[in-house]
Design a binder for this molecule. Structure first.
Ligand code: GDP
Length: 434
């Protein structure tokens, strides 16, 4: 029998999936960051990686031509950590599938917010480097805590007047009560933002002087005037992670040496266990900053196999509950988490596959209505296009076209499998027009 590791039909093994959301107080830069992630990952995917410092105008024109849009419930892209001399990564050179799920920033626990949080395996919480923790940040933080979503923070807009990374980090400790520490510290602020300190590797990433986008850079030893700050940050990071990770704690206690990669693995364990929050400072306007953030997403946020299994219950006997683990060798257990009216293809049902495989043409069953119907088309939304795909596998996020009797919150499974991923909810109307 095949499993998710050796299923040859998958584009990437399940361990290399990252289903993430981006949350923020309005205006912190969620849209900009999402667009830059799509542009940057798409650019690398399509035209090969370039660090040659294209000008702002070229960059903006390409962006316009490609018609990038994130006005969708979920988009799929890819990311590969690039080898950088002197900087260790946990998954260097492997291709990752990133699914970015829109997380509505509503102030209360609506069913929609709840559902979008349930389909995430991890989140980036974006802060404005000037404003710090804002009321809506506290709300999204509480919501992510309620659903045990592992998260990292991105302190954005460090190029703006008044931006102060340490103030925001203090806010994250004091107002959000997080066990958080810096992994990337901006070098310089406001119009002097010129790079980042990679705390784990104790290296400086310096953007080239004439490159306003920060895609041309060098990796250097930490400049003398920043050495003390970088060392302090390293000790703070190690101490906060060791506080919650026994393996690292033991090494620290026994004064055994550990490599940057081993430290990263400890950060990964602590973050996935929801005991630690890595914090990166930078600007969504700087490509290199976005690239390092993506490396951190891959390094520290969990794959679908590392998260808590989804819960399900029998619709015939609610006493009977099940844990749904991510594997292809199981009945399909698929959650419809959002309906979307697309002006080209009509009604889209956005789904997350918790287990099993769903193929185009399959007859599927809705345990709430006890009705069956056929899967017409399955599509994946990329930055600038819809791609028809033949099948979706455990961990996948995609959209189905042509399901009539499915609404948000419904489970889609195989005929006569009377098991629901969440108790049936009242039907909602179609939420957005794309
Ligand atoms: P959202 O409401 O969180 O989605 O925020 P947007 O992405 O729409 O950003 C709000 C404003 O901040 C826009 O005018 C952006 O151009 C600007 N912005 C976003 N990121 C940065 C940044 O890193 N630096 C600066 N200076 N402005 C930014």
């Amino acid at each position: 029998m095949s499993d998710h590791v050796n299923n040859p039909n998958r584009k990437a093994p399940l361990e290399r999936y990252r289903n993430i959301g981006i949350s923020a107080h309005i205006d912190a830069g969620k849209t900009t960051l999402s667009e830059r992630i799509l542009f940057y990952t798409g650019m690398i995917h399509k035209i090969g990686e370039t660090h040659d410092g294209s000008t702002t105008t070229d960059w903006m024109e390409q962006e316009r031509e490609r018609g990038i849009t994130i006005t969708s419930a979920a988009v799929t892209t890819n990311w590969k950590q690039v080898k950088n001399e002197g900087i260790s990564k946990v998954f260097e050179g492997e291709n990752f599938q990133l699914n970015i799920i829109d997380t509505p920033g509503h102030v209360d626990f609506t069913a929609e917010v709840e559902r979008s949080l349930r389909v995430l395996d991890g989140a980036i919480v974006v802060f404005c480097g000037v404003a710090g923790v804002q009321p809506q940040t506290e709300t999204v933080w509480r919501q992510a805590t309620k659903y045990s979503v592992p998260r990292m923070c991105f302190v954005n807009k460090m190029d703006r007047t008044g931006a102060n990374f340490n103030n925001v980090l203090d806010d994250i400790h004091n107002k959000l009560g997080a066990n958080a520490a810096a992994i990337l510290i901006p070098i310089g602020a406001e119009d002097q933002l010129r790079g980042q300190i990679d705390v784990v590797n104790q290296k400086a990433v310096i953007y080239a002087d004439n490159d306003r986008l920060g895609s041309t850079y060098t990796i250097e030893d930490i400049p003398a005037e920043l050495k003390e700050e970088a060392e302090l940050a390293y000790h703070e990071l190690v101490s906060r992670v060791a506080d919650v990770d026994d393996e690292l704690a033991e090494k620290v206690l026994m004064e055994e040496p550990f490599t940057p990669k081993e430290l990263k693995e400890a950060i990964r364990r602590a973050t996935i266990a929801n005991k630690f929050v890595p914090v990166a400072g930078g600007s969504a306007f700087k490509n290199k900053g976005v690239q390092f953030l993506l490396d951190a997403v891959v390094d520290y946020l969990p794959s679908p196999v590392e998260t808590v299994p989804a819960h399900a219950e029998s619709t015939l006997d609610p006493e009977k509950t099940f844990e749904i683990t991510a594997t292809d060798d199981a009945k399909p257990m698929v959650l419809a988490f959002k309906l979307w009216a697309d002006k080209f293809v009509g009604k889209l049902v956005f789904i997350r596959v918790y287990s099993g495989v769903l193929k185009k043409g399959d007859t599927v069953y809705n345990p709430r209505t006890r009705k069956t119907e056929r899967v017409g088309r399955i599509i994946q939304i990329q930055a600038d296009q819809h791609t028809d795909i033949d099948a979706v596998y455990s961990g996948d996020i995609a959209a189905i076209v042509g399901l009539r009797n499915v609404t948000t919150g419904d489970t889609i499974t195989s005929p006569d499998n009377d098991i629901c991923l969440e108790p049936p909810t009242f039907p909602e109307t179609v939420i957005s027009m794309a």
